[in-house]
Design a protein around this ligand. Structure first.
Ligand code: APR
Length: 241
């Protein structure tokens, strides 16, 4: 790890990092996809078929996120601290649609699956802040079309956001750290293989349990994110110079 100190770091995060803040993961036994079917709430077809149902699903999650009970945890805070203390640069690429990384202080952050606190007009494409419930009677402030506002999130079958920026960050990093993701969803699940095609890149998995891609990492540490992430960041910062 010391050999890489001073070089760029890319951190990929998934639902596991927000679990101890009180947000559910997707594929754990008590996860969201054990209670709701993907095809009912997280596809363009679902929105076309049952927009009210899809809005209800995201409205409930948005309401929880802004309600005050959900706060960044020690893992989010540790990553923000790393960004502030690592001159070569840290990019956090998150699959999460919550805003806990930015609330903790991360600034160089890419929301590849979108943001639940934004809405997008599927007619004109405008993206606006959204902290309230969305409904089918909503009119776009930009183009005036009614019923086209949708959560600014990436559904199954849609292209993740900012892939060019992510590719550039992956191509420039010396250390890749994957945190709290099960490695089931591409393209994020393929990032580790992408960076391993280059020499001298160190890939680390920090997760509660081995992910689907665990065997592709150089180093793995298993435990709750609020414990393993601060410890890993302290080790990185301690190894500097
Ligand atoms: N600390 C660390 N890791 C944890 C914790 C915790 N406290 N709790 C759970 N985990 C781990 C689980 O062991 C699992 O490997 O987090 C991972 C969560 O995996 P998923 O639920 O599959 O979430 P994620 O990988 O982020 O899902 C990717 O799938 O449906 C979509 O769009 C959604 O962005 C999401 C994508």
């Amino acid at each position: 790890m010391t050999a890489n100190a001073g070089r760029r770091i890319v951190v990929l995060t998934g639902a596991g990092i927000s679990k101890e803040s009180g947000l559910s993961t997707f594929r754990d036994a008590d996860g969201i996809w054990a209670k709701v079917r993907i095809e009912d709430v997280a596809t363009p077809d679902a929105f076309a078929r049952d927009p009210e149902g899809v809005h209800r699903f995201y409205n409930a999650r948005r309401r929880r996120l802004v309600g005050g009970a959900i706060q960044p945890n020690a893992a989010h805070v540790a990553l923000a601290r790393l960004e502030g203390a690592w001159p070569a640069g840290v990019t956090v690429v998150t699959q999460n649609i919550d805003d806990l990384h930015e609330r903790a202080g991360s600034r160089n952050l890419i929301h590849m699956h979108g943001e639940i606190l934004k809405a997008r007009c599927s007619a004109c494409g405008v993206v606006v802040a959204c902290t309230d419930a969305l409904g089918t009677d909503e009119r776009c402030r930009e183009c005036g079309i009614k019923g086209a506002m949708r959560p600014h999130v990436v559904w199954f079958g849609e292209m993740p956001l900012e892939l060019e920026r992510i590719d550039a960050a992956l191509d420039a990093c010396a250390t890749f750290v994957s945190i709290g993701t099960s490695g089931n969803v591409y393209p994020a699940a393929g990032f580790v293989d992408r960076i391993r095609s280059r020499d001298n890149v160190h890939a680390v998995e920090l997760n509660l349990e081995p992910s689907e891609g665990a065997g592709h990492f150089d180093e793995t540490v298993y435990g709750p994110a609020t414990e393993v992430v601060p410890a890993f960041v302290a080790r990185l910062l301690g190894a500097r110079g």
